[in-house]
Design a protein around this ligand. Structure first.
Ligand code: GDP
Ligand code: IMO
Ligand code: MG
Length: 427
């Protein structure tokens, strides 16, 4: 049976949590493969709203096994409080599996994230301050702490020492901060060991055996294509690979096992944090999208920057992820505009450009070229099939599909599980 990837096609917050939850009832495993608690995935089930940061959204579907893959960075204190928060609300979290190879976000990684951002001043990235970049940097520098290290005290001590050696020099001499004591960090980390032990396992083996046994595995991306460290708007990106290839490296499942890659695509565009955003609106339309769409960060509470749909970005997402489908979300938010501009290409130095430029300076100078599509005023939140949508909403979806290069197989018309129009089945 197939493995499916579900990922963000823009700058994150496209509605991945809702889409994952929708499929959660029909899949056996939901796997996070990158990122950490920088993510904020909202799931609305009936009158209950959940904000998930580190846990895969499949945790809310009783038949589904949630997995934190080797590519994720795990803050143990956040994980434990997320688990207890869900337990208090009656959610069974006992099936969770965590890769022993996942890296741990240590307290000093969080400190380094915050001080480096402060040091960058106006050049800052606007990170979530959760220690994501410094933890991945330690991983690549081969001084990271892995979940399995919690179960060997002497190795843990040596590794924390190695990691803190250079960092303490930086913290005290460059950033004017106090040195961090190795013993204290080790003691804190050891305190998590027993609590996490029931979940820790060889997730690579579990997932591959599951696929051999015809189980369905869904990979849930965090962040989005344009925040990818390789394919995003570097340096204004996150420090992992949300794009489809990341699902393989971040889980140990080979690319031949993946049969479908679904891009979650908002019917307009949002971005949190710094960096270029060609269709950003700094006028009342941007304000209206923010208000109607409830565009406020789930993790940091920051207002999201808002703009019109950008087809150049959608085409790029189709290409770098090999998308087979789109799930278009938040179409309902666009109800009420007489005309809806859609960016079909960019103007860069007086020339029309159809594809995302690889050059950072070109992208910074890209001006959107808009086509105006006619809007609709009818409420669409109770639409159950494509034909229930007003003609202009149908035409908007069809135009986006044509420009974006992959079929739109589902449409979100509200935050709830059932506020979805399913066009082609994902399974
Ligand atoms: P994620 O990070 O990709 O999971 O997305 P977020 O949860 O950060 O942000 C998406 C927001 O849009 C959440 O508040 C969702 O409940 C909401 N949402 C998702 N799909 C729809 C939709 O089709 N219509 C509306 N109105 N809201 C949606
Ligand atoms: P979900 O999974 C939107 C952004 C931050 C910042 C940049 C780097 O909910 O879509 P980081 O803390 O990752 O080093 O910050 O990436 N960012 C997100 N933006 N949605 C997210 O996650 C994000 N996770 C990180 O705002 O610009
Ligand atoms: Mg989010």
């Amino acid at each position: 049976m197939p493995a499916l990837v579900l990922l963000g096609a823009q700058w994150g917050d496209e509605g991945k949590g809702k889409a994952t939850d929708l499929l959660g009832g029909s899949v056996d495993y939901v796997v996070r493969y990158q990122g950490g608690n920088n993510a904020g995935h909202t799931v609305v089930v009936g009158d209950q709203k959940y904000a998930l940061h580190l846990l895969p959204s499949g945790i809310l579907s009783p038949g589904c096994t949630p997995v934190i893959g080797n590519g994720v960075v795990v803050d143990p204190s956040v994980l434990l409080s997320e688990l207890s928060g869900l337990n208090e609300r009656g959610v069974d979290t006992s099936k969770l599996l965590i890769s022993g190879n996942a890296h741990i976000i240590t307290p000093y990684n969080v400190t380094v994230d915050k001080v480096t951002e402060r040091f960058l001043g106006k050049r800052k990235i606007g990170t979530t301050g959760r220690g994501i970049g410094p933890t991945y940097a330690d991983k690549i520098n081969r001084v990271g702490i892995r979940v399995q290290d919690l179960y060997d005290e002497s190795i843990l001590m040596q590794k924390v020492e190695a990691a803190l050696d250079a960092k303490n020099q930086l913290l005290t001499k460059l950033y004017n901060r106090r040195a961090i004591a190795v013993d204290q960090v080790v003691e804190e980390l050891l305190g998590y060991a027993e609590k996490l032990a029931p979940y820790v396992t060889d997730t690579v083996l579990v997932l591959n055996q599951a696929l051999e046994n015809d189980k369905v595995v869904l990979f849930e991306g965090g962040q989005g294509t344009l925040l990818d460290i390789d394919h995003g708007t570097y340096p204004f990106v996150t420090s992992s690979n949300p794009t489809a290839g990341g699902a393989c490296t971040g889980s140990g499942v080979g690319p031949t096992k993946i049969s479908r890659v679904i891009g979650i695509l908002k019917a307009y565009t949002t971005r949190v944090g710094a960096g270029p955003f060609p269709t950003e609106l700094l006028d009342e339309d941007g304000e209206a999208l923010r208000r109607i769409g409830g565009e406020r960060g789930v993790t940091t509470g920051r207002d999201r920057r808002c703009g019109w749909f950008d087809a150049v970005i959608a085409r790029y997402a189709t290409r770098v992820n090999g998308l087979t489908d789109f799930f278009l979300t938040k179409l309902d938010v666009l109800t009420g505009w007489e005309q809806i501009p859609v960016c079909v290409a960019y103007e860069i130095d007086g020339k029309r450009v159809e594809e995302l430029p690889y050059s950072q300076s070109d992208f910074h100078h890209a001006k959107p070229i808009y086509e105006n599509l006619p809007g609709w005023s009818e409420d669409i939140t109770s639409a159950k099939s494509f034909s229930d949508l007003p003609k202009n909403a149908q035409a908007y979806v069809k135009a986006l599909e044509e420009m974006s290069g992959a079929p739109i197989s589902a449409i979100g018309v509200g935050p709830g599980r059932d506020e979805t129009i399913e066009i082609n089945s994902f399974l």
